[in-house]
Design a binder for this molecule. Structure first.
Ligand SMILES: Cc1cc2nc3c(=O)[nH]c(=O)nc-3n(C[C@H](O)[C@H](O)[C@H](O)COP(=O)(O)OP(=O)(O)OC[C@H]3O[C@@H](n4cnc5c(N)ncnc54)[C@H](O)[C@@H]3O)c2cc1C
Length: 369
């Protein structure tokens, strides 16, 4: 996959991938949650990837992280997606200046002893057209009062801690580490999704929740998510899409064993996958000019989305009616690929996806990258 493979070639990581692949079907069961998968990741040292070394983690490079996510997503997208939300919480805690909180929480996040997640999309890609903030915050003595609804929280009912934010009356925002057992925090039931139900994604209602200054991570400031690092449409999201495409290509390769007429299709997807995977690795290693149109963060996300969608649908078309049976790998690939159309997509990526969908087969309109 990547030209920077050190971590992913280790024996323990390869063993983890085998385990995740073997168990990925278990996560289709109703009410499932990847507890066992997270435990295996914990045993393989993966949960500590983003925890700084001073707190017991391994603090791997962006290049290794991207390659790691690609391989994990190929093996099991559901548990890898849950890992990314956990890591998004870790990254923000680790980057904050709240040293006491970091020493308190980060060592526990190296293993699966606690689960943390994020509820930040209402500050980036969700409900941006609303006139009132989804979560309103008021400054009081010794802390803040949070009121409103955090619309999307993966693993909400499994979380000990949610990194979430809200907006004050002057438009500035704060980001806090919210303990889920705080008075006034109500976790709604997980919503039935078209795929990835085991992510147990739900909304969280905050009824005048008091959060003491001890739990403040960033702010108050404008656009707090920019200050906390990361954001929508990051390399992480592209890595998962590319990882899913690699699984689609594997399934296609199996089909070609008996059907040589599919070889040309397979090679086209395999070449495109190799090119995007390399561009992504080089982008995270800062080895290329990211102002080149096809290599910007947004273009990489669009290219990855496009590949995930087309390769999974090609898998279904090649698998014919058999692939339409819910238990067939092609059926799962197609529904999982749809996730990338909606997950953490900044507006330019949404528009790029829509423009591509509006392209006609006659070539009347150009594909937008
Ligand atoms: C399975 C899943 C898991 C997720 N997990 C997390 C998580 O753990 N943490 C997290 O922070 N986020 C998470 N997200 C959120 C995700 O990253 C995006 O923010 C989310 O998908 C954006 O969709 P939305 O429906 O909230 O967008 P919105 O923009 O709020 O759109 C909702 C609806 O509003 C209408 N609308 C949209 N734009 C306009 C407009 N300009 N004018 C008028 N009407 C409009 C449309 O009818 C649209 O259907 C998750 C999402 C999914 C699907």
């Amino acid at each position: 996959m990547s030209e920077f493979p050190s971590l992913v070639e280790s024996g323990s990581f390869q063993h983890l991938l085998d385990e995740l692949r073997d168990r990925s079907g278990d996560l289709n069961a109703p009410e499932s949650w990847p507890a066992e998968q997270l435990h295996q990741m914990s045993e393989a040292g993966v949960l500590g990837w983003l925890v700084p070394t001073e707190f017991g983690g391994s603090d791997i490079s962006d290049v290794e992280l991207t390659a790691g996510y690609e391989h994990l997503a190929t093996a099991c997208l559901a548990s890898t997606f849950v890992l990314t939300q956990r890591n998004a919480a870790i990254q923000r805690i680790a980057r904050s200046g709240n040293e006491a909180l970091k020493s308190d929480i980060l060592p526990a996040l190296v293993t699966d002893s606690i689960f943390a997640t994020v509820g930040i999309s209402h500050l980036t890609t969700s409900r941006q057209h609303w006139t009132k903030p989804a979560v309103a915050v008021e400054r009081v003595d010794a802390g803040y009062i949070f009121h409103g609804e955090v619309p999307w929280v993966t693993g909400a009912d499994k979380a000990d801690l949610i990194v979430c934010g809200g907006t004050l009356h002057d438009g500035t925002q704060v980001l806090v580490a919210l303990e889920t057992n705080t008075e006034g925090v109500h976790i709604e039931p997980a919503v039935p999704l078209m795929a990835l139900n085991s992510s147990r994604t739900a909304s969280v209602r905050l009824d005048n929740v008091f959060v003491s200054l001890e739990f403040l991570l960033f702010g108050p400031t404008e656009q707090v998510i920019k200050h906390s690092g990361g954001g929508a449409g990051s390399y992480t999201t592209s890595a998962l899409a590319v990882g899913l495409a690699a699984r689609a290509i594997r399934v296609l390769r199996e089909e070609t064993k008996h059907r040589p007429e599919l070889l040309d299709i397979l090679h086209r997807f395999a070449n495109e996958h190799a090119a995007i995977s390399t561009d992504l690795a080089r982008a995270t290693a800062h080895l290329q000019d990211v102002t080149t149109p096809a290599l910007t963060t947004e273009a990489l996300r669009q290219r990855s989305n496009s590949l995930a969608l087309r390769s999974s649908q090609a898998c279904l078309a090649a698998s014919k009616g058999a692939g339409f049976v819910a238990s067939h790998p092609a059926a799962r690939l197609v529904s999982e690929a749809m996730f990338f159309l909606v997950w953490s997509c900044p507006q330019p990526v949404v528009l790029g996806n829509l423009r591509e969908l509006a392209c006609s087969a006659s070539g009347e309109h150009e594909i937008p990258f």
